[in-house]
Design a protein around this ligand. Sequence first.
Ligand SMILES: Nc1ncnc2c1ncn2[C@@H]1O[C@H](COP(=O)(O)OP(=O)(O)OP(=O)(O)O)[C@@H](O)[C@H]1O
Ligand SMILES: [Mg+2]
Length: 354
Amino acid sequence: MSFIEISHLRKSFGANTVVHDFDLSIDKGEFVSFLGPSGCGKTTILRMIAGFETASAGAIQIGGTEVTHLPPSRRKVGMVFQAYALFPNLTVAGNIGFGLKIAGKDKGEIDARVAEMLELIKLPDLGSRYPYQLSGGQQQRVALARALAVKPEVLLLDEPLSALDAKIRVSLREEIRALQRDLGITTVFVTHDQEEALSISDRIVVMNEGRADQIGTPSDIYNNPATRFVASFVGTLNLLEARVVDPAAGRLSIDGQPVMTTRDLSAFGIADETTVALRPEALTLGDGNGDRNTLSGTVEEVAFLGAVIRVRVRLSEARLSLDLFNDPALQLPRIGAPAAISFKREDLLVMDRR
Ligand SMILES: Nc1ncnc2c1ncn2[C@@H]1O[C@H](COP(=O)(O)OP(=O)(O)OP(=O)(O)O)[C@@H](O)[C@H]1O
Ligand SMILES: [Mg+2]
């Protein structure tokens, strides 16, 4: 049995249902991310796990105990909120010790735990400062320490890095992950940044309008997106209309040009329309010589992005982007020149009909 069991969870605000029949099991010590666009229900689910929002239907179990109707204080959950909510009138030490004070711990115990937490977040000397005297990254660390101080069994992080600039985000997310591994604490991390989710999660829940579209490991989600939504949300992707030619043989056509896939087409009939997806990094310029799929078109745009050069090729109707690694010796394709694009049969992803 998993450590957190969420079953048939639903949340409605008035007539508006924002979480629909949501199921998720999380193992002890696992790091799970909720990834999805603004308004898809990430915060609402997190708040239901923490007990700050009541579920309209369904159940939540933590460590074998049904907590659906328990108050937050009885759930052994620590949460870092989306808009970081340090108490401005309390010092760093006061913020970190807040939960312990509420729980009625004595001063000696609180002081010792606060000192331990300050060490943990590598800010040992800042206990007497106020939040306004800290940088954004330091404030986020304090919010994390406050959530961990009460020794929760579950850590809930609601976009804890969104207010920070790109460099600090990356280093702090690595710190959070290392800390989480050391403590072995079961963690749910919310983000709408796909790279962030891919880089730190054991599993990702891709959310779409209050539902989980797909739940899987980062490599699952990226390489085998289950729906068109997941495919387009996770990574840069070419989505193309295709026609099934021979399902048993894996034959399709894109813009009238024949291609093959190793994916299962048994759900399709001859001449069915479907959507296929190709990642830019799976494509190379040049003819596939029969071993690989080849599509022919014309170079429409060449964009220098630094480490990679993104080339857009137009078939008759469809357009495809592909990435070349930067190399000063590289002869860049000319706009308007004919171009062939090739890719492996297994790289042609066929989307479910959803
Ligand atoms: N207290 C509330 N009353 C009414 N509607 C609400 C309430 N809280 C959230 N909602 C609605 O529920 C939906 C989901 O909101 P939620 O905050 O869970 O989204 P989110 O995925 O966390 O988005 P973001 O990435 O912008 O933080 C939104 O449409 C929001 O307007
Ligand atoms: Mg939110």
